[in-house]
Design a protein. Structure first.
Length: 106
C-alpha cells in the first residue's frame, strides 16, 4: 500500500476531516512518516520505506491533525528549533515552502 492509498483510504472512511487541514502519519520511531494536505490532496512522503510495517517496531501508527498549513508550518519550525538551515538540510524545504504558499492563498 502506498502512502497515497493509505491517506485516501483514511479520508474515505472519515478518519481524516478538515477542509484545509494537514494530517501527519507518525510512529513512536518517526515524528513524520508523511503529511497529507486535505485541501489539495498533496502528500509529502518523509520516510522512504517501501513497507509500512517496517516503520514501527510496535505496529502502532498515529495520525496528528493540524487545523491549517500554518499550524503545520509552526510545528515543523518548532521541531527544528527555528533553524531554517536544519530544515533545508534535512529535506524540508519543499514542504515548508508549500505551507507558506498555501498560507498566502488563504
Amino acid at each position: 500500500m502506498t502512502y497515497r492509498e493509505l491517506m485516501e483510504l483514511l479520508e474515505k472512511n472519515h478518519c481524516m476531516t478538515g477542509e484545509n487541514a494537514v494530517w501527519v502519519l507518525k510512529t513512536a520511531e518517526y515524528w513524520n512518516i508523511c503529511s497529507y494536505f486535505t485541501k489539495t490532496g498533496k502528500i509529502f512522503p518523509n520516510v522512504m520505506k517501501f513497507e509500512l510495517r517496517e516503520l514501527s517496531e510496535t505496529g502502532e501508527f498515529f495520525l496528528n491533525a493540524y487545523l491549517s498549513p500554518d499550524a503545520w508550518h509552526k510545528a515543523i519550525y518548532a521541531h527544528f528549533n527555528g533553524s531554517m538551515s536544519s530544515m533545508y538540510h534535512d529535506g524540508w524545504a519543499d514542504e515548508v515552502l508549500y505551507c507558506m504558499k498555501l498560507m498566502k492563498e488563504s
